[in-house]
Design a protein around this ligand. Structure first.
Ligand code: LMR
Length: 393
């Protein structure tokens, strides 16, 4: 029977990880998968995470099941982090298996509420959004997003695209640090997006995987908070993988803000049901690390300070790369790298140019020319800049 299975195309981002590993060249540069690396190329366990784990080890006296939606402590802590003042009467939430789990459960929840929905996704978007939608057999359409000339958001086209959504459709948005482009709407443009959603009656689903990696924890949540306050129904899929550096712990959360009352209870019940059908109880260890940190003022301050170091490191690399490219190319056409935010920038290179950089300089970036800024350090930035110019980007 297993012989009937069809071969699956490997995930491009994960396949690149394997290719990089197998490359024996000295000085190879990994700008592929979205994992933070310090200047030594290591993905450290954050200080506050280590301390929280120690506290948990010392105090935890049971590994019995928690709840189908995870612990209330975690859900409250995350509601505070993402929403600031969380409107408890409107909020249903459930811990999930990472941000990917939140996306999947969120789409399942929306489809239970409206089997006829169409999901509107940015062109481009995180490839796994598309892969999940296809696997679910869920109808979706793409809305224009990236302007390959300016390497910024093609906002007029985007607004036109999301304006075509119908009542009950879903518009998937990246709350900050757009993956894969690094180009993000301005605060004013976010207001116009909210207005469009109000007009059409489409439901926003916000993927918030990089809070704290762009302009800071609160600034990165500002668009999400504004939309949550303005729109009657909003879904948020948040990840702790990147900002807490707990990738393999698979820690995420799905939050739904609705009208409150019975609708809230129905939503909460549906989330618990979905978890039960998929994996029963969500993982607890990462969630407990997060709530331990966020509930403790000292640990929280320590975590925020380290996250800020990470953010500043990435901004410094952006500035250095833009400067190198300005001097090598004699033009300001790469200044967008400094304006992009988060872990990624889409360079706008052709697949051939991306392949040339890999072949000639052992530089690995995703085929659509998404590069992970955090894969660089002060020494590798000039190498990349040279390769970009030599490839004729
Ligand atoms: C990425 O976009 O590289 C990350 O979100 C990791 C992943 O799972 O794709």
């Amino acid at each position: 029977m297993f012989g009937n299975l069809k071969p699956q195309a490997p995930d491009k981002i994960l396949a690149l990880m394997g290719e990089y590993k197998a490359d024996t060249r000295q000085g190879k540069i990994d700008l592929g998968v979205g994992v933070y690396k310090d200047p030594n190329g290591l993905t450290p366990v954050m200080r506050a995470v280590k301390t929280a784990e120690q506290k948990i080890w010392e105090s935890q006296d049971s590994k019995a099941y928690t709840g189908l939606a995870g612990t209330q402590d975690y859900r409250d802590a995350m509601a505070g982090l993402v929403l600031g003042e969380a409107p408890a009467d409107r909020l249903a939430s459930a811990a999930t298996v990472g941000g990917t789990g939140a996306i999947r459960q969120g789409l399942e929840l929306l489809r239970m509420a409206n089997p006829d929905m169409v999901v509107h996704v940015s062109d481009p978007t995180w490839p796994n959004h598309l892969s999940i939608l296809k696997f679910m057999g869920q109808d979706f359409v793409e809305y224009p997003y990236f302007d390959n000339d300016t390497r910024g958001v093609d906002f007029e086209a985007m607004l036109d695209g999301i304006g075509r959504a119908k009542k009950g459709d879903v518009v998937l948005l990246h709350g900050c640090c757009h993956n894969p482009t690094g180009a993000n709407p301005t605060a004013e443009q976010w207001e116009a997006i909210a207005e469009s959603l109000e007009k059409t009656g489409a439901v926003p689903m916000i993927d918030l995987a990089y809070q704290g990696f762009g302009d800071g924890l609160d600034a990165d949540a500002a668009a999400t908070r504004m939309i949550a306050a303005r729109l009657p129904e909003v879904l948020i899929a948040a990840s702790c993988s990147k900002n807490f550096g707990i990738y393999r712990e698979r820690t995420g959360i799905l939050m739904a803000l609705g009208e409150g009352g019975e609708a809230r209870d129905l939503t909460q019940g549906a989330m618990a049901y979905l978890n039960r059908q998929t994996y029963s109880f969500p993982p607890d260890h990462g969630a407990r690390i997060v709530s331990t940190i966020l509930e403790d003022a000292d640990l929280s301050a320590n975590w925020k300070a380290e996250l800020e170091e990470v953010r500043q490191t990435m901004l410094g690399l952006r500035t250095q790369l833009a400067e190198e490219l300005r001097s090598l190319s004699g033009s300001d056409k790469f200044d967008f790298i400094e304006h992009h935010r988060g872990m990624f920038s889409r360079l706008g290179a052709t697949p051939e140019q991306v392949a040339k950089m890999k072949a000639d300089s052992a530089i690995y970036m995703v085929g659509d020319s998404r590069l992970n800024i955090a894969g660089l350090n002060r020494d590798s930035v000039p190498v990349l800049a040279r390769a970009i110019v030599e490839a004729g980007v």
